[in-house]
Every structure is written in C-alpha cells, then in structure tokens.
Write a protein that binds this ligand. Structure first.
Ligand SMILES: [Zn+2]
Ligand SMILES: [Zn+2]
Ligand SMILES: [Zn+2]
Length: 332
C-alpha cells in the first residue's frame, strides 16, 4: 500500500510509494567523480583567473594570492547583478523588476579533490562561517529580501565545476519555497503559540523512528513527508530564525554533523550527487518567533517527472523510516 503524507510545515502532500519500495542498492546510482582539471579557476595558484575576492580566510599571503583556506568571489556569470535600481513596474497583470541581486561563489578549499565529506571539521566550519559572514554583510543592502545559500555537488545535481564550492544568491523577493514554510509556520504559531520546527524536533527526538543523528546542539532527521529518497534535514535545537545569528559553537556543531551525514550518504549511496541548502527567515520580516533556520540535504537519486510537474507533489519510493534506519546504522 502506498501512503499519502502531509508535511506539517508547508502542508505539501507526498506519496510514499512502498509498492515501488527502493533500497539503496535499487537506485541506478550515479557516483560523483572528481576529475583533475589543470585549468580549474578555483584551484590555489589560479587566483587571477577569477574576479577579485570579496573575502578570504588565509594562513598567509595577500588577497588574490595563494595561501587561503576559503575564498569568496563574485560569480563570473551572475544570474542577478548588484548594480542598479529595482525599478519595479507592472504591465496589467504582469509584474517585472530589474535583475538586481548578488551572486557569489564560496570556494570551499584550495584543493581540487576535497569535499565537505572529506575535509576536516575545522575546514567545514570555516566554509559555514564564511557564508554567515557574507549574509551579515549583504543583508545591510535594503534592496535584498532573501539570501539563499546552496550547493550543487556533482554534474547530475547541476554543478558545472568539480572544484568544491557553494553559492550564495541575494534576491529582491522572498522565494516561493521559503514563503510556503514561513506561512505554514506562522499559521501553526497563531493556533499553538509555538514554533512548528521546535515541535517537529521535540516529537522526532522523542519518537526516534526518523532520527538519524544528534549532537548537543544539532539534530539530523528524515522528515515525515520527504519529497525525495534519503532527504535529510538538520536543525539547531535552540530556537533561532536566522542562520546568520547562529553562534560559533552551533556553526562548529553543524560542521561536525554535516560532515558526518555526507560521509554516511557516501557510504550508503556510493558518493551520490546532491543538493544542499540553508533555509533562514526572510530579511526584514518579523518571523523570529515562529521560523527556525535549517539545512536540507537532497541526494539526487530520482528524476522529477510529469506527475510531479502536474501536481506539485512528489512520489517517493523510500520511506523516511527506512532511509533514517539505513543512515543511522552506517558509520560516517
Ligand atoms: Zn580546482
Ligand atoms: Zn523553533
Ligand atoms: Zn526548508
């Protein structure tokens, strides 16, 4: 029997299709392979092949020279640009505005064949801290309403360069996926006067069936109604709406759990391509009481097809109880 399940935050329905039940070895897995690339612009020593850096953490050397651990640069082919005014206008039904925003690349390591799963905890912490620092800087620009941090790992997940990197895009609007979470969390708060994410954390840690791993500050779990097989969410235990306000200790704790989760996925799913994103509350909107920042990891194991496009809900062949058990039982 298949089962329809509703996500308690967004109200989004998914079908957990146990008839088509898939275990890790049933997926036609496409492992990520990092190939050497002598002309990679992100490698140490190739600093002059990229736009000038916005931020770097370095042991030695001056900006735009070797000696760095993490480097943030403007995207050479940005989807949105910083210069100009929003100039929002309507044409009857249709709204438009100029493509104002910021698009930055966080180069996570000077080494081409590194990954968040193989880097040291301290190195992953630096990457997360660089993201946090960039958000704190960009949010001073009042044109921006949201800043999304995401990572595409592997060609199948949309990455065009093998060198480990994340991206950060500041947007003049709040994206729909975030809006759905914010509105769902607000509705829950109106009725219960509690944060829905805190409620999920409390229930899942007590229940344990979908819990994967936890540290003193962080919890990793498979959501009750996941869109994708092995979809994993990581939450700080402490209620906080904004990622950029997380203290050092939580960022360090996240680095540890994130590396652990990615190593477990690599073991179970043989180095899968994946997308990773950080959801934080919209800028300049009072949502501190009911929104709760988090990380979502989505291994790329299935294709989004006609049914999903047509309905906006997803068929998932692996139950979160099974996924979390498999991830729980493997050592990272
Ligand atoms: Zn490289
Ligand atoms: Zn909360
Ligand atoms: Zn989210």
């Amino acid at each position: 029997m298949s089962e329809l399940r509703k996500d308690p935050i967004t109200g989004r329905w998914v079908i957990i299709s146990t008839d088509r039940r898939k275990r890790p070895h049933d997926f036609r897995l496409e492992s990520v392979q990092i190939l050497p690339d002598p002309s990679c612009p992100f490698c140490e020593g190739h600093e002059l092949m990229t736009p000038r850096e916005i931020l770097s953490y370095r042991q030695q050397g001056s900006p735009n020279l070797p000696g760095w651990d993490v480097r943030v640069i403007p995207n050479q082919f940005p989807v949105l640009r910083v210069e100009g005014t929003l100039d929002r206008q309507g044409e009857g039904l249709f709204d438009r505005m100029n493509g104002i925003g910021a698009h930055e690349v966080v180069i996570e390591s000077p080494r081409h064949d590194d990954s968040l799963a193989t880097m040291s905890e301290a190195a992953v912490e630096q990457v997360l801290w660089a993201c946090r620092e960039r958000v704190r800087d960009l949010k001073q620009d009042r044109r921006f309403r949201y800043i999304i941090i995401f990572k595409n790992h592997g060609t199948a997940a949309g990455s065009s360069l093998d060198h480990p990197h994340s991206q950060l895009i500041a947007l003049p609007i709040v994206p729909r996926e975030v809006r759905d979470e914010v509105e769902g969390a607000r509705a829950h708060y109106v009725v219960k006067e509690r944060c829905v994410f805190c409620d999920v954390i409390r229930q899942e840690t007590a229940d344990g069936r979908r819990l994967i791993a936890e540290t003193a500050d962080m919890v990793a779990l498979a959501p009750y109604a996941p869109r994708f097989p092995f979809e994993t969410w990581i939450f700080p235990r402490r209620h906080e709406a904004l990622f950029e306000d997380a203290p050092r200790q939580e960022i360090a704790s996240l680095a540890r759990l994130l590396g652990d989760m990615l190593r477990r996925m690599n073991r179970v799913l043989r180095n899968p391509p994946y997308n990773l994103l950080i959801h934080s509350a919209p800028l300049a909107e009072p949502s501190g009481d009911f929104y709760h920042w988090h990380v979502e990891i989505i291994p790329k194991l299935t294709k989004v097809a006609g049914f999903e496009w047509a309905t906006g809900f997803y068929v998932n062949p692996t139950s979160p109880e099974e996924a979390s058990q498999v991830l729980r039982d493997v050592r990272g």
